[in-house]
Design a binder for this molecule. Structure first.
Ligand SMILES: NC(=O)c1ccc[n+]([C@@H]2O[C@H](COP(=O)([O-])OP(=O)(O)OC[C@H]3O[C@@H](n4cnc5c(N)ncnc54)[C@H](OP(=O)(O)O)[C@@H]3O)[C@@H](O)[C@H]2O)c1
Length: 369
């Protein structure tokens, strides 16, 4: 395998030829030579790899040279129709020797993970017993199939890509609500609070494997939600400093003035923009969730408006929002965070006046088409 690895930027012609000679050319001409020996009504079973279904950096030659089998199975089943020869692909995951079968490393105990759902890799005899089916007459009506026998790895990795790892800084009401939704949505959640006992209590309450992190330490989550009162957000982000480097930082705060009819900062700025000035240069700030009352988040399906300058960060937050069963609505760059804060003021104004209660959210009605 080692020689077949390589990223697209560094793959050499020799590496390409070696991989495709072995996995593609080798298969095609083996089948060609074997055809006269195969009985009419026989069965061809090619051995693929679940690498061709994944997205593993450095594996393009191996994945690509195995992926051809799926196309060939479809083409050949038609070419060999007159001889009633069926062509299928068996796609296993790694089935190493017993000494390396636990999904563990020297530093990590065996455990279940998206790439190893049952905590143990496949045994060769498990792959062999799957191969018996397409090889036998019991599968006489099965043709062109890709039979994946990987202990659920491909499916659970697909799901894992959809899930986010979240750290919530804060232990108050919004931390509890967003934390509960995040756990329910299958995300990995960590809680950090300036009061460690509160953080521990919240983590226990949220369940689902929620952990706590030490205040000021590097958050475990890729997405960090600052669920703090607005005047605490900038100082706390400054206090965390480099610990937030590389993170997507979500500001949910509403800097209301004392009479709840304006913003505490009179400038055309926002807490999110101020956060961006004190956070490390590679921390990507996104404003989100601030326009939704907590009770509505708990019971409703409101639109979640978000603003930020980094497209990937917004897409990560949007994926998180979707995992909560909510609809993300991108309003533009981080400058728009100011207007989202204004929208928070409007929402409170509506609650106290035109709407008259708190069980609503501003959203988008799309009349196109
Ligand atoms: N509640 C809503 O309906 C709603 C809706 C949208 C947005 N928001 C926004 O969400 C944020 C959190 O609201 P919430 O309802 O969760 O408030 P909350 O229940 O009062 O919780 C506030 C949290 O912030 C922490 N905190 C406050 N000042 C801090 C500081 N200087 N340093 C460190 N931690 C500090 C508190 O820690 P301690 O517990 O240790 O004091 C607490 O964990 C606010 O900015 C709010 O505007 C709220």
């Amino acid at each position: 395998m080692g020689e077949l690895e390589g990223k697209v930027a560094v793959i050499t012609g020799e590496q390409f030829d070696r991989a495709f000679r072995l996995n593609a050319r080798g298969i095609l001409f083996t089948v060609q030579k074997a055809l006269p020996l195969i009985n009419d009504g026989g069965s061809i079973l090619m051995t693929g790899s679940n690498a061709s279904l994944g997205a593993f950096p450095g594996w393009s030659l191996y994945a690509g040279s195995k992926a051809v089998q799926q196309s060939w199975a479809r083409v050949w089943l038609n070419e060999l129709r007159d001889r009633r020869i069926r062509v299928n692909v068996l796609t296993p995951a790694r089935s190493p020797p017993p000494s390396r079968r636990n999904c563990s490393t020297r530093r990590r105990k065996p455990r279940s993970s998206p790439s190893c759902p049952r905590g143990q890799m496949g045994r060769p005899e498990e792959i062999a017993s799957v191969a018996l089916f397409p090889a036998s007459d019991h599968s006489s009506y099965v043709n062109g199939l890709e039979l994946v026998a990987d202990g659920g790895t491909t499916q659970s990795e697909k799901r894992a890509h959809l899930m986010s790892s979240i750290t919530i800084i804060g232990t108050g009401n919004m931390a509890r609500t967003l934390g509960a939704l995040a756990v329910k949505g299958g995300n990995t959640v960590e809680v950090m609070g300036r009061d460690q006992a509160k953080a521990r209590r919240l983590a226990d309450l949220l369940g689902g494997g929620t952990t706590t992190g030490e205040w000021g330490a590097v958050p475990a989550g890729d997405i960090v939600v600052a669920a703090l009162l607005f005047d605490g957000v900038v100082p706390v982000v400054a206090e965390y400093g480099d610990a937030l480097a590389g993170k997507v930082l979500v500001d949910i705060s509403n800097p209301f003035n004392a009479t709840f009819d304006g913003l505490a900062h009179s400038e055309e700025t926002s807490i999110a923009q101020e956060v961006a000035t004190v956070a490390p240069a590679d921390t990507r700030v996104v404003k989100a969730f601030n326009t939704i009352f907590r009770g509505v988040l708990e019971t409703g399906r409101p639109d979640v408006f978000l603003a930020g300058d980094d497209a990937q960060a917004k897409s990560d937050v949007a994926a998180f929002v979707e995992s909560l069963g909510l609809r993300p609505r991108d309003v533009g760059g981080l400058r728009m965070a100011h207007w989202l804060e204004g929208m928070g003021v409007i929402t409170v104004g509506l609650a106290g006046n035109g709407v008259g209660h708190w069980d609503f959210a501003l959203g988008v009605d799309d009349f196109a088409g």
